[in-house]
Design a protein around this ligand. Structure first.
Ligand SMILES: Nc1ncnc2c1ncn2[C@@H]1O[C@H](COP(=O)(O)OP(=O)(O)OP(=O)(O)O)[C@@H](O)[C@H]1O
Ligand SMILES: [Mg+2]
Length: 336
């Protein structure tokens, strides 16, 4: 287990609760220095359980992991000193002021006051909370509280930060603000970030790589671009006025066209690089003096990737299994 690019090396990590719930089921993966790595999955998939083991909150049932060069089972104190954590649930004491609580966090790490005070001020400024530092935490809005917890997680200048659902329940504007703080941490502090999320846009906007986890197992891993490309390409929909003429074979002859379906004058074309192919198809139509009635290019989204690998739509997790299957079937056939 010695990969010098990896800041986290997870090997066969497993957690079974009460001898029956296999929350994390034999997962192995690496996270490289400087990456923003996303763990994407539905409720109960095992995201928080994985983070809780990697941050040494509780031990694995079997398997292990190296975090910042330390073994989570044998050197938990070293791991804790090297990382920052922002858990899924709020942990800050709402009776204290922001300033008091962040200094209290610094005390827990044994950071001397002469370092802790200016660092706390710098971090509160980073998350734009300097003006409310002396206000009680319970007066903060949900978004302010999340940003505050982010600042607390950074007090020990960690090389690696764990964020469990950093934007859960936040409005779109605040979510975008949190994203920009996260990007800043990566850029300005060269921090590695491991985050869990329900939000597909979050993965697309932030993550260098993503692992989709479901029922405790990693079902797919790659860059968002790779995962989307893995779905089999873009869809070009094109219509021509000449409904009695069939140009399917001529379209199929164009390089990189994978599939053509025709219905009257409407063609549904599957292709690897839609934007490069669309002009060639248009050329073919115009050269033959046919008339275009519509043209439409669709790129695969993370939503479809998620649906493909978990069989669930993230926006509709509560729907019954039949509905999920129907939805998956609809998307699959739409892509064929
Ligand atoms: N302390 C515990 N004792 C027993 N079962 C647990 C415990 N913590 C989690 N579980 C179970 O383990 C599974 C994984 O839970 P976990 O919290 O890791 O999921 P998650 O992916 O973080 O979900 P969410 O998106 O809801 O936060 C679930 O079935 C959950 O009920
Ligand atoms: Mg969770």
């Amino acid at each position: 287990m010695a990969n010098k690019n990896a800041i986290i090396e997870v090997k066969n990590l497993t957690k079974v609760f009460d001898n029956k719930v296999k929350a994390v089921d034999d997962i192995s993966f690496n996270i490289n220095y400087g990456e923003i790595f996303g763990f994407l999955g539905p409720n109960g998939a095992g995201k928080s359980t994985t983070i809780n083991m990697l941050t040494t909150l509780f031990p694995p049932t079997s398997g292990t992991a190296m975090v910042c060069g330390y073994n989570i089972s044998k050197e938990p104190m070293e791991v804790r000193k090297s990382i920052g954590t922002v858990p899924q649930d709020y942990t800050s004491d709402s009776d204290m002021t922001g300033q008091e609580y962040i200094i209290f966090c610094a005390d827990l790490y044994g950071i001397p006051r002469n370092i802790a005070v200016p660092r706390a001020a710098e971090l509160l400024k980073l998350v734009s909370l300097q003006d409310v530092a002396k206000n009680k935490i319970d007066s903060y809005s949900g978004g302010m509280r999340r940003r505050f917890e982010l600042a607390c997680g950074l007090i020990n200048r960690p090389k690696l930060l764990f964020l469990d659902e950093p934007t859960l329940g936040l409005d779109v504007q605040t979510r975008t603000a949190v994203w920009s703080y996260i990007t800043k941490l990566k850029k300005e502090y060269s921090m590695t970030i491991f985050l869990t999320t329900h939000y597909l846009e979050e993965v697309d906007a932030l993550c260098d790589r993503v692992a989709i986890i479901d029922h405790g197992k990693i079902v797919k891993m790659g860059t968002p671009k790779e995962l989307k490309a893995g779905l089999g390409g873009d869809i070009i929909e094109i219509g021509i006025k000449e409904t009695s003429i069939n140009i399917s074979d001529r379209i199929l002859k164009i390089k990189n066209v994978k599939d053509v379906k025709r219905s009257g004058g409407e063609y549904r074309i599957k292709a690897k690089n839609g934007e490069e192919l669309a002009p060639k198809i248009i050329d073919l139509i115009l050269k033959n003096k046919y008339h275009i009635t519509k043209i439409f290019l669709t790129k695969p989204t993370m939503d479809e990737v998620y649906l493909e690998y978990t069989g669930k739509s993230i926006r509709n997790e509560q729907s019954d299994k039949d509905a999920q299957f129907r939805q998956l079937h609809t998307i699959r056939t739409a892509r064929m």
